[in-house]
Design a protein around this ligand. Structure first.
Ligand code: PEP
Ligand code: MG
Length: 745
């Protein structure tokens, strides 16, 4: 069975789209299990029906019904039990026939998406092996089915957001946003093309015809170029391509869609997908394979359509950026002042897109499952970044409420400006320094507007990631110098190069099975003393005359790594001193982001000056949950009791060694977590500029004694949700409810 499963997986890969993939599955299952019929139904939740997506039979059994009620007999039972159902002697009343039936659910994240069912006209007992085979297949295709459903490619209407329906995602950046949906989709990816309404039909048809001509020209040129090298038989392929592109069917089909008001890209997607489905369903192998050609040609026409549209994207005045997989670059592309909100179909609150959005203080929702990306473009949407809710075409009352809350939030931000010059001190006199997380030069300007006490984390790798090769020592020195200068005399903590994991360098690809457990941070730089020394020299020399540099080592796992790094630092210091730079030796710190480091604080404290918890990584390593994996991001809870207890241990140990300890992960930006970090006794919190004044408001409002008592209370809880509720109660009582929900209170 393993070989069969592998073959099916390969065929599915080649299938191109979901309907073709399901047809492949139905055929392969029927052949492999030698049954009379295999049918695959998917659930259209909106219409409360099973819809037949694919079937393969050998004409002994009748063609199955196109749709079946959700609670219908055996199919209903499979979904209800979320388990395989076998029936050996099923009587079909209208045909007075006996059937053997085996159905298994297609399950994704606990949700039943459909059923694969096989039937046999004779009495038959399905073996456990056969059942396991179907279960495996169902699990294999579940992710693909879910994705196609979410993208609105299966049941168009099903995922159309209803008025007042809240599409739920992971709240990544708090805040309210109201604006117009702007869909970002990858170039030349038909699957990612949204529907979009147009009014100028003639202009759109002209665009399409021009793109079609360009695609045709491509093929002719390809044909000519390969004429002398390609055997005659193979050249027929190009004629076949041209035939498809010249087919009146294709052209008329697309023009008809455009005439209905669909833009050229959307019309192309619809018609190409329909053609592909028709070809994939054919039994003739040769014709089946034409489906792939049609897709390739469709992508080519799409490429030309998008080529012509390469002029800058038009962003609405209040852009809510929505995409299947938004990247930090997509966010950065939106002109300043236009971006109101970010919604990504995938990713988690710790992906770099979310980190950038947080830095810009833009409400963000990640992993917004059920998002009908194809149908959202241009719609009015309301985002609640506190709860991860997105409302499309909101009803008037909801819009009115959120408009009020959004205005209140603006007002609150204005009021908080008054805190800029006030000390960051609790009502009972305990001081906590608030610092800035940055990685780009432009962040420095932002920081100055919120009066941060310095930089707690400068991610030096950002400037490495934007380049085509390693930056030179001089380039590095100049950049570091500008940042140190901008903050002088306030301290700037420069973290040494932290690449690996999800931060690859474009010019140094590292292929690893488990990049987050691999060659990351200081593990890489210690293995590359050439690159490390260059950076250390640049840092040290840049600090001349400013003396506000602190250096921090990422991903430290052992004391030996600290020793080695210190030796290299000493060498760099001697090098630059020999060059004539007069430098005050900087303070050195270790990032606590690998649990092993937490348990070696005492030994490390003998070698370095400070500690800083990198909670993004620390949480991922304590919980063994990938910080970027959307499948498990709902389990990535930074308030997990084990995390709190680890943080408590870290603070106690660092303080017992008389070393300051800060925290520079994303949880410092979470109002609830910030109260606990205060109570745990962190000396400094480092965060994005956008959130800094809100956290300052918390610290100036809640007394240290109260925060400490709260920590003692929740440290014994075993449930992160309870911990969150307990802290939220304290925030509410302190009049800080505006930090945990829309509006001001
Ligand atoms: C962290 O891990 O918490 C951290 C601050 O570093 P990064 O997010 O860059 O890995
Ligand atoms: Mg980290």
């Amino acid at each position: 069975m393993l070989t069969v499963l592998r073959q099916i997986a390969q065929e599915i890969d080649l299938a191109g789209d979901l309907p073709s993939a399901l047809n492949v599955v139905a055929r392969c299952v029927r052949e492999a299990m030698q049954v009379h019929l295999c049918r695959i139904y998917l659930i259209d939740h909106k219409r409360k029906k099973y819809v037949l997506m694919a079937f393969d039979n050998n004409d002994i059994l009748p063609i199955p019904s196109q749709s079946v009620a959700l609670d219908d007999g055996l199919l209903g039972l499979v979904a209800e039990r979320v388990a395989p159902v076998a029936h050996l002697n099923l009587t079909v009343p209208e045909e007075n026939n006996k059937l053997a039936f085996l159905g298994v659910p297609i399950v994704y994240h606990r949700q039943v998406l459909g059923v694969i069912a096989v039937e046999e006209a004779n009495h038959r007992i399905f073996s456990e092996d056969e059942e396991a085979f179907l279960v495996t297949l169902a699990a294999q295709i579940a992710g693909t089915v879910m994705h196609a459903k979410d993208m609105g490619f299966i049941f168009h209407a099903e995922v159309t957001p209803l008025e007042s329906t809240c599409l739920q995602g992971i709240p990544a950046v708090a805040g309210v946003a109201i604006g117009e949906a702007k869909i970002i989709y990858p170039i030349a990816d038909l699957d990612a093309i949204p529907d979009r309404h147009i009014t100028d039909v003639d202009a759109e048809i002209e665009r399409f015809v021009t793109a079609l001509d360009a695609a045709r020209l491509d093929i002719i040129q390809l044909q000519q170029r390969l004429e002398s090298t390609l055997p005659k038989e193979e050249q027929v392929l190009f004629s076949a391509y041209l035939q498809i592109l010249n087919s009146a069917d294709l052209k008329v089909g697309i023009c008809t869609e455009i005439e209905k008001g669909q833009w050229a890209e959307g019309a192309l997607r619809r018609v190409i997908k329909t053609h592909m489905m028709q070809f994939s369903a054919m039994t003739d192998h040769y014709l089946k394979e034409r489906a792939e050609d049609i897709l390739a040609l469709g992508q080519r026409v799409l490429y030309h359509l998008q080529e012509k549209k390469k002029e800058p994207l038009n962003y609405p005045q209040k852009t809510i950026l929505i995409g299947e997989k938004l990247t930090a670059a997509d966010i950065a592309n939106v002109p300043v002042g236009l971006l109101c909100g970010v919604v990504s179909y995938s990713g988690s609150g710790n992906s770099h897109a979310a980190i950038l959005a947080r830095a810009l203080n833009i409400p963000t929702i990640m992993s917004a499952a059920g998002l009908a990306v194809t149908e959202l473009d241009g719609k009015l949407v309301v985002m609640d970044g506190y709860h991860g809710c997105l409302y499309v075409d909101p009803p008037p009352k909801l819009l009115q409420d959120y408009t009020l809350w959004a205005a209140e939030e603006k007002e609150l931000d204005k009021e908080l400006q008054a805190l800029r010059s006030l000390p960051c001190q609790t009502s009972d006199g305990h001081e906590v320094a608030l610092l800035l997380n940055a990685g780009l030069e432009s962040d420095a300007a932002l920081a100055l507007t919120v009066a941060a006490s310095g930089v707690g984390l400068f991610r030096t790798e950002m400037s490495f990631m934007n380049k085509a090769q390693f930056p030179t020592e001089t380039e590095q020195r100049n950049l570091y110098g500008r940042i140190l200068q901008a903050f002088s005399p306030r301290p700037v903590t420069m973290r040494t190069l932290d690449i690996g994991g999800d931060k690859p360098l474009p010019y140094l690809p590292i292929h690893e099975e488990n990049p987050f457990l691999g060659w990351r941070g200081v593990r890489f730089t210690l293995d590359h003393p050439d690159i490390f020394l260059m950076q250390l020299r640049a840092l040290l020399s840049a600090s001349e005359g400013l003396d506000n540099l602190q250096i921090m080592l990422p991903m430290v796992t052992s004391v030996e790594e600290v020793n080695e790094a210190l030796q290299l630092l000493q060498r760099a210091y001697e090098d630059v001193s020999a060059q004539g730079f007069k430098i005050v030796a900087p303070k050195i710190g270790v990032m606590l982001e690998v649990p092993a480091a937490i348990y070696q604080i005492e030994a490390m404290a003998e070698r370095v000056d400070f500690f800083s918890v990198g909670s993004n990584d620390l949480v991922q390593y304590i919980l063994a949950i990938d910080r970027n994996n959307a499948r498990v991001c709902d389990r990535f809870d930074s308030l997990h009791p084990a995390v709190l207890r680890t943080l408590n241990h870290a603070v106690e140990k660092a303080h017992a060694c008389h070393k300051p300890i800060s925290l520079c992960g994303e949880i410092a930006s979470d109002a609830v977590a910030a109260v606990l970090l205060l109570g745990l006794g962190f000396d400094q919190l480092s965060m994005n500029a956008g959130i800094l004044l809100r956290i300052k408001w918390i610290i100036r409002t809640i007394s240290y004694e109260r925060a400490k008592a709260l920590v003692q209370r929740v440290l014994v809880f075993n449930d992160a949700a309870l911990i969150r509720m307990e802290v939220e109660k304290v925030l509410d009582e302190a009049g800080l409810g505006g930090l945990i929900r829309a509006g001001k209170r």
